[in-house]
Write a protein that binds this ligand. Structure first.
Ligand code: FEO
Length: 170
């Protein structure tokens, strides 16, 4: 059975993953409102990824005899200056999530909960990808100066992103 401290920390993380989902949906809504449907599509896929991250914690907590307790989700930012600002905020947000996962790992290590450590390893690896995805797009946006034909081409490219849940979830 999972400890009370880890249960609380996992519930906090579920809230953060659900907030991530909400934040990215807000970014999608803004991008749709300015006609960048491909960028919006990218964030709609990101929304599905975040729900997947949250549900993975949800199922694991149940499996370990813990209790999922949902918390209030804050309102996300709704207005943005540009696609570049959106990706810079996303990158910063993913760095915050990485920090949070690392703190969960610290608790699991302190509690000698090897099962939780093994479970959290998936998130440690996933966060490398999450940060890198956002950082790569920031670089591309800077290369095209965030506008013109390049922006439309990137919009088309990002619109092709699809959500593929990992076959093995743990
Ligand atoms: Fe759930 Fe984007 O990390």
């Amino acid at each position: 059975m999972i400890s009370g401290k880890l249960q609380e920390a996992f519930n906090e993380q579920i809230n953060k993953e659900l907030f991530s989902e909400y934040l990215y949906l807000s970014m999608a809504a803004y991008l749709d409102s300015i006609g960048l449907a491909g960028f919006a599509g990218f964030f709609k896929v990101q929304v599905q990824e975040e729900r997947f991250h949250a549900m993975k914690f949800y199922e694991y907590l149940n499996e370990r005899g813990g209790r999922v307790l949902l918390k209030k989700i804050e309102q996300p930012q709704v207005d943005f200056k540009s696609p570049l600002e959106i990706f810079e905020l996303s990158y910063k947000h993913e760095q915050f999530i990485t920090q949070s996962i690392n703190e969960l790992m610290d608790i699991a290590i302190a509690e000698k909960d090897h099962a939780a450590r093994s479970f959290l390893n998936w998130y440690v690896d996933e966060q490398v990808e999450e940060e890198s995805t956002m950082d790569n797009i920031i670089n591309q946006l800077k290369l095209i100066d965030g506008k013109g034909q390049g922006l439309l081409m990137l919009d088309r490219e990002l619109g092709a992103r699809t959500f593929t849940p990992p076959a093995k979830t743990e």
